[in-house]
Design a protein around this ligand. Structure first.
Ligand code: NDP
Length: 315
């Protein structure tokens, strides 16, 4: 049978390119978990993904009810789950004030981390039950959360501090909207959410890899300077960022190349090692990359796991 992969945020950018790359092999059926049904259908069509190779299912990660509904719908469909890719994200670098999810969590961490945390936890049983030769849970990370890199050192830097904002519910009322309890900064909130993504992947690995055989992985696909992620940025930035990445930092990758990288992490028989953060060198060869100190802090990973469980109603 074909492999069944769920990709969140597959209506544009990296998620769409990955869906296309996997569908084209003829070996995968892609379930596109998207908040805008029509946009996702149109995107799949425009990308030329054959009808029999994808299904769009509604999923709004900024609402925990929607996440639970998605999981119920998926279970009811009777389909097995072989690979789950947590890819969707929002980035609000110019926001002056925080905005919030349905449950009142700051939107970037609420969507990118908490929504995916609940989804991954609830789908773990489905993954466990799959009879596929290589079951995987992949959470897309980013270089920007890694302060051991040049890109990760562009201010404002990721910093989760002592997690007091997260512990307080990230609601901007009786707690800060930022994980570290500081003043709201949209660019930092995104980077913090990516650190949470990378820590969550490692915590999953420590808790579940041995028992389940599931491969847990994260990756930095390269700088895909053309995606919708930068849609909230000022026009001058959107104009200059792609050529800057292409010619100055040389970190630029096309959506197609980034999609083929994530597709490798989904399907390559050689990439089954668990607990790994994958990156690609200049020749587009994959390698196991090092994470920054904070993004590999075991005690913090455990604390984020426990606090997140409370916030999403699992504990
Ligand atoms: P895009 O903005 O193109 O794609 C993001 C996707 O997430 C869209 O499909 C969007 O849906 C979806 N999404 C946003 N909010 C929600 C929500 N509440 N519920 C469901 N889906 C949602 O950005 P990219 O493709 O660049 O980003 C994909 C991943 O790649 C992210 O995890 C990002 O952090 C990561 N990444 C990107 C890099 C880059 O340079 N672009 C570099 C490193 C990592 P909709 O179409 O409806 O808006």
């Amino acid at each position: 049978r074909k492999g069944i992969v769920v990709i969140t945020g597959a209506s544009s950018g990296l998620g769409l390119a990955t869906a296309k790359a996997l569908a084209e092999t003829g070996k995968w059926h892609v379930i596109m978990g998207c908040r805008d049904f029509l946009k996702a259908e149109r995107a799949a069509k425009a990308a030329g993904i054959a009808k029999e190779n994808y299904t769009v299912m509604h999923l709004d990660l900024a609402s925990l009810d929607s996440v639970r509904q998605f999981v119920d719908n998926f279970k009811r469909s009777g389909s097995p789950l072989d690979v789950l890719v947590c890819n969707a994200a929002v980035y609000l670098p110019t926001a002056k004030e925080p905005t919030f999810t349905a449950e009142g969590f700051e939107l970037s961490v609420g969507t990118n981390h908490l929504g995916h945390f609940l989804l991954a936890r609830l789908m773990l049983d489905e993954l466990k039950q799959s009879d596929f030769p290589s079951k995987r849970l992949i959470i897309v990370g980013s270089i920007t959360g890694n302060t051991n890199t040049l890109a990760g050192n562009v201010p404002p830097k990721a910093n989760l501090g002592d997690l007091r904002g997260l512990a307080g519910g990230l609601n901007g009322l009786n707690s800060s909207a930022m994980i570290d309890g500081g003043e709201f900064d949209g660019a930092k909130a995104y980077k913090d959410s990516k650190v949470c993504n990378m820590l969550t992947m490692q915590e999953f690995h420590r808790r579940y890899h041995e028992e389940t055989g599931i491969t847990f992985a994260s990756l930095y696909p390269g700088c895909i300077a053309t995606t919708g992620l930068f849609r909230e940025h000022i026009p001058l930035f959107r104009l200059l960022f792609p050529p800057f990445q292409k010619y100055i930092t040389k970190g630029y990758v096309s959506e197609e190349e980034a999609g083929s990288r994530l597709a490798q992490v989904v399907s390559e028989p050689s990439l089954t090692k668990s607990g790994v953060y994958w990156s690609w060198n200049k020749n587009s060869a994959s390698f196991e990359n090092q994470l920054s100190q904070e993004a590999s802090d075991e005690a913090k990973a455990r604390k984020i796991w426990e606090l997140s469980e409370k916030l999403v109603g699992l504990a």
